[in-house]
Design a protein around this ligand. Structure first.
Ligand SMILES: Cc1ncc(COP(=O)(O)O)c(C=O)c1O
Length: 402
């Protein structure tokens, strides 16, 4: 295995994210391949039994088993570390594997978690249904209400878990204000940074302890594979996260890691273009008189905070339509270009009805308390020409009388 400049952190840390996302962490084999190799292997061999023992002890560098680590996956992990400004990263098979591991690896029966109320449906399920089954208490607060986070703390609070902007309502949590509240209570902060992407928001710089991703979204961003990642300090990853991951096995495959590496190469370009188009589309829809929730619009309740905390409004917005599911369905069905899909962060624009899809697994009162209604739709803006997107939205809105 030839180590290249991509492995020299003193050098790669000085690069900007767009460079890091292309060249960071490269591990070239003796073939000196240009594009990263797919190490499609479950295991590794040793020159002698002593080497096997030394590798297991960590005294000899190298891989032992792909549930624990794999060269292709390791390249992705190092690249993600660099663009996030994290010390360490572990990739997982999906975003939900990352969120579950980030929480369960550090929680015990008798602990308490405070979570923001707006989050992806499966993340809310972790908080409302899974953690309590293991004797972990949870309190859900209105994320933008900083005082609510302070008031929810208890002596046994171990984790603040939050998503900002939140899925699907795009509400913003004040990281600089909320993170110290957790630390005062001796708790860690786990941020699901999927909506913001590492390009627009860097929670670790604001003091967050752990950042977790669905790489399925913007990092692949082309509808091909699932993946996830958990990032944090070397101590957290090595001592707390790794024992959980290596023994439970939510491992990312080498092939999927390779696809995600290819996605990372264009992440910076894609999300900047998508966010610029989202801003255009949001302004267009707001000018039509629609109720648009988008952090980049001055009408967003936390617009000033969003613009302080993020360098752009992101790629996703929500629309509150008059009427219920039938009216929302009519709009989705009238679109000719924008796909009906529950994914987001993709190069193809997609529209979702959270009430009946991404958040349908949550009880009705939970959805209502989150602010999700039958008339809410979520729009993820892709890489198409924004004029084609506004044309499509205009014709569909016209067709349904809006
Ligand atoms: C904010 C957020 N977090 C986590 C996930 C879960 O990711 P995955 O589908 O890769 O498991 C999603 C998926 O929609 C999401 O939107």
């Amino acid at each position: 295995m030839k180590r290249t400049t991509g492995r020299d952190r003193d050098r790669t840390r000085r690069w900007r994210p767009a460079t890091q996302a292309i060249r960071g962490g490269t591990l070239r084999s003796d073939q000196l391949e240009m594009s990263e190799a797919i190490f499609a292997t479950s295991g590794y061999v040793y020159d002698c039994a002593e080497d096997a023992a030394a590798r297991f002890k960590g005294e000899l560098p190298g891989f032992t088993y792909s549930r624990l680590s794999n060269p292709t996956v390791a390249m992705l992990e190092e690249r993600l570390c660099l663009i996030e400004g994290a010390e360490a990263c572990r990739a997982t098979a999906s975003g939900m594997a990352a969120m579950t591991a980030a929480l369960l690896c550090q929680l015990n029966a008798g602990d308490h978690v405070v979570a923001g109320k707006t989050m992806f449906g499966s993340c809310r399920w972790l908080v409302d249904s899974l953690l309590p089954r293991f004797g972990i208490e949870t309190t859900v607060v209105d994320g933008p209400d900083t005082a609510a986070w302070a008031a929810a703390r208890r002596p046994n609070t171990k984790v603040f878990f939050l998503e900002t902007p939140g899925n699907p309502l795009l509400d913003i949590i004040d990281l600089a204000a909320v993170i110290p509240l957790a630390h005062e209570a001796g708790a860690r902060v786990v941020v699901d940074n999927v909506f913001a992407t590492p390009i627009f928001q860097r929670p670790l710089e604001l003091g967050a302890d752990v950042v977790a991703y669905s790489l399925t979204k913007h990092v692949d961003g082309q509808g091909r594979v699932l993946g996830g990642a958990v990032l944090g300090s070397q101590a957290f990853v090595a001592d707390t996260l790794l024992p959980f991951l290596r023994n439970t096995g939510p491992t990312l495959s080498a092939f999927n890691a390779w696809v995600l590496l290819k996605g990372l190469e264009t992440l910076d370009l894609r999300v900047r273009k998508m966010a610029a188009s989202a801003q255009t589309v949001a302004e267009h829809l707001a000018a039509r008189g629609l109720d648009v929730l988008y952090p980049g619009l001055p009408s967003h309740p936390q617009h000033a905070l969003a613009m302080r905390q993020m360098s752009a409004g992101g790629t996703v917005m929500a629309l509150r339509l008059p009427g219920a599911s039938a009216e929302a369905f009519a709009l989705l069905n009238a679109l000719e270009l924008i796909d009906i899909s529950n994914n987001l962060g993709d190069s193809r624009s997609m529209i979702t009805h959270p009430w009946t899809t991404t958040h349908s697994g949550l009880p009705e009162d939970t959805r209502r308390a989150m602010g999700i209604t039958e008339g809410l739709v979520r729009l993820s803006v892709g890489l198409e020409d924004p004029a084609d997107l506004t044309d499509d939205l205009d014709q569909a809105l016209g067709a349904v009388g809006l």
